[in-house]
Every structure is written in structure tokens, then in C-alpha cells.
Design a protein around this ligand. Structure first.
Ligand code: ZN
Length: 154
């Protein structure tokens, strides 16, 4: 049995193929902490940290709805030796601080009431709402195009 990889895009997990497993082991040997793997469910590439004992399970498991208008992807928190940021694998938007990321969540909730169902605030921290309505992607499609000028949200 090969390693089970959590796909950050479709949020399903898949078993690495033999070729992928070979790549993971070689990358781990080289102490690489960021590789891209093709998800066998959604066919997109998801990033994977072959030396992932550095990242706690809960950090890897949290995926917030991307707080950018008309984007129905998910944001992951990436932290390694070189960098840390919040990033959306589908749209490429990134946030360099938690404060800025949370501000985007608060702004999009203020603009679109349906976004209130995407997030839950607990003790001052924003979490994904796992009981999002089934039609959330349709609701997100009704939003205005975003007017962000840069992939780094400022
Ligand atoms: Zn996938």
C-alpha cells in the first residue's frame, strides 16, 4: 500500500500510484517539502509535503472557502522552513498574514450574506463551516467579478 494523499482541490484522498510513491520517496530523501501530485479523483495537481511530519495534521486538514468574490475554491495554510502563507490552489490568490486573510473573510461576509454559511468564528478565529448549504457553488457564481489587481491580497 502506498501513501494516502489528501487532495487540496477536491478534498478527497487518493492512494499514490507506484510512480508517485517513487517520486515521494526520492523527494523525501532530498528533504524537499513541496511537490505536486496528480489527484486520481479530480485530475488536478495538488501540492504535497513529503516531509510532512513538520506540519500538524490539523493545519493540513483545514480548507476555507476562498474569500474572493466569484471564486469557489479553497484556501490552505502553507508553512515550511522558507515561507508561510494562506493560498488558494485553484485561483492562485495568497494572503501573507492571518490578519489579512481574516479581513478578506469578514469583507466577503459583509458583502454577500450567503458567505456567512461558509465560515464559523470561534474564539476570534475563523474556521470553515463543514455544514455549508449544497448550493453554495451556485450562490458564489452569482457574485460580482473580483477587482483584485494582484495575486497577493493586500
Ligand atoms: Zn482531487
Amino acid at each position: 500500500m502506498n501513501e494516502i494523499i489528501p487532495c487540496k482541490l477536491c478534498k478527497l484522498s487518493f492512494e499514490a500510484s507506484d510512480n508517485q510513491q517513487k517520486f515521494i520517496l526520492e523527494s523525501r530523501e532530498k528533504k524537499m517539502n513541496f511537490i505536486m501530485l496528480n489527484c486520481s479523483n479530480c485530475k488536478w495537481h495538488t501540492d504535497y509535503n513529503p516531509t510532512s511530519e513538520l506540519i500538524t495534521f490539523s493545519d493540513k486538514e483545514i480548507h476555507w472557502r476562498t474569500p474572493v468574490s466569484r471564486i469557489s475554491g479553497y484556501v490552505s495554510y502553507i508553512e515550511n522552513d522558507e515561507e508561510k502563507f494562506y493560498g488558494c490552489g485553484e485561483s492562485g490568490f495568497i494572503w501573507l498574514t492571518k490578519e489579512r486573510f481574516y479581513k478578506s473573510i469578514e469583507e466577503i461576509i459583509a458583502k454577500y450574506p450567503h458567505r456567512n454559511d461558509c465560515y464559523i468564528k470561534v474564539n476570534g478565529e475563523w474556521f470553515p463551516n463543514n455544514e455549508e448549504p449544497d448550493n453554495m457553488e451556485e450562490l458564489i457564481e452569482t457574485e460580482d467579478e473580483n477587482d483584485l489587481e494582484d495575486y497577493v491580497v493586500k
